[in-house]
Design a protein around this ligand. Sequence first.
Ligand SMILES: [Zn+2]
Length: 323
Amino acid sequence: MGLSSSKFSIEFKRLSTGFHQRRISARGVGFDLFIWRGGDGPVLVINGATHGDEYEGPTLLRQWAEHWRPQSLCGSVVMIPVLNEAAYYAGLRSAPADEVNLARAFPGKARGSITQRLAHLFDTQVLAQATHYVDLHSAGRAYELLPWTGFISHQRNINRTQRTMAACFDAFWCWAGPFLPGRTLSAAFNRNIPAIYVECRGTGNVDSRDLRALESGLLHLLAAIGCVPSKRKAKLRHQILRTTRDADEAHLQIHHPSPHDGLFVPSVKVGDHVQRGTTIGLVHYLGKLGGATIQAERKGRIVMLRIQRSVRAGDALCTLAPI
Ligand SMILES: [Zn+2]
């Protein structure tokens, strides 16, 4: 990797002023980066496709790289449209070779499986240089969600920065919760880097409303953290904020699990408000008549719903939030 004078294969602060395309790779894993280098200042890192079937982040970042040439820039902006290439090219959430979820693999292992090596490479080569971090996600192919932004509750000054960063994405609501291990945001947390994630609609597509919301959020964010000058403070729309101390609340893969394999037929829509006990849908058996009725485990709003009809036992069908 040519680590002669630095522990980083590319030291962002040492790049010349301007726009750069680079690739970081080691031990059979790697990713492409677009880097804008200005004067001294923050180092903002943004990536898409931590999960391979989430296309809003890659689309936004790829479009952005094509046309964004700021007149004056403080610090560095580093964009990685596709972090998890093996999963992305397979069109799957995780890399087929090891089926490890990259968002559970951090901080990774230098000599682990392909996904563990990728987590380690990103953490040590990129995150370690960041002052601010944004991870762009979505519901993926199998789900649809009510777009939100979120962060791990942290110590006071970092929390304030994270709240400012999240508020920039003012078309979306905000979900703050306690530490969960393995995420990109957990790695940022451990390095005391203010970090947020953004969750777009998903369904395997890219909704133009989400793309506009991401673009406007990013513009606000660049000004808010001081990467680009702003003449006046942006007027942001009021954002619904939900803060929870319950680590399970925003853990999307555990709510309303399918009790058996079969065919899921939802009877609610994303955004609906439901009462505890409201029917969310039915999971039909395939080999016999009948099935299981799925009832809302709490009162709340449908913020994520499975749209892929084929389900295995244990697959999450729906997530509710008290918003
Ligand atoms: Zn994701």
